[in-house]
Write a protein that binds this ligand. Structure first.
Ligand SMILES: O=C(O)CCC(=O)C(=O)O
Ligand SMILES: [Fe+2]
Length: 198
């Protein structure tokens, strides 16, 4: 059986003022654990500083930016590393499932329970007006939190090993998203967000 035909595909997740799609396992030609290990080993991880309210902070995670374009967020400009064969294969699988084009990927490595991502929207001008952002997770499951900017409504999605989440439509306009630290010990988690930089 062809690995790529065995999946039910992305399913819609109801979200007022936004568009979310989820599948628990993106079909890939290797086991999740192998992809996780290779991505950890093959990536030139960086601890970046970002400027928040005029002060410089080390981000509570490691990152890498690969693809065809530069990217600027929170006062940080990232020059891209080239696509690797592994990232290209993963990117092809993500494009096949989502039906969207992506030209860049941000890799985030949450080393343990102390690493996190503050609430934000991916709404930079270079992402265009209604950006499609595909988020692929490997390793330890963490809870992805969405908060509506006006109503405060919360949506919590546990993102498991191998899962694919697509944020599209007006999701970035109306919602913030992020990941909290955890008080109990957790193993590592990798998240790859595929983006299209105009
Ligand atoms: O790690 C995640 O699931 C979210 C990552 C994210 O929001 C981002 O890279 O902009
Ligand atoms: Fe984000």
């Amino acid at each position: 059986m062809d690995l790529f035909t065995s999946s039910a595909g992305l399913q819609p997740v109801p979200l007022p003022d936004g568009e979310l799609w989820y599948m628990p396992q993106l079909p890939l030609p290797w086991p999740n654990a192998e992809v996780y290990q290779r991505l950890i080993a093959e990536t030139a991880w960086k601890a970046e500083s970002i400027v928040l309210f005029g002060q410089s902070h080390l981000q509570p995670r490691l990152t890498a930016w690969h693809g065809d374009r530069r990217y600027t967020y929170s006062g940080l400009t990232l020059d891209p590393e080239p696509w690797t064969p592994l990232l290209s294969t993963i990117g092809d699988a993500v494009q096949r499932e989502t039906g969207r084009d992506f030209n860049s990927v941000l890799l985030n490595y949450y080393r343990n329970e102390r690493d996190s991502m503050g609430m934000h929207s991916d709404d930079e001008a270079e992402l265009g007006p209604e950006p499609a952002i595909a988020s692929l997770t490997f390793g330890t499951e963490r809870v992805f939190i969405l908060r509506h900017k006006r109503t405060g409504e919360l949506k919590k999605l546990p993102l498991g090993d191998g899962s694919l989440l697509l944020m599209a439509g007006t999701t970035q306009q109306f919602w913030l998203h992020g990941l909290n630290k955890s008080s109990r010990p957790l193993g590592g988690r990798l998240n790859l967000t595929f983006r299209y930089i105009v």
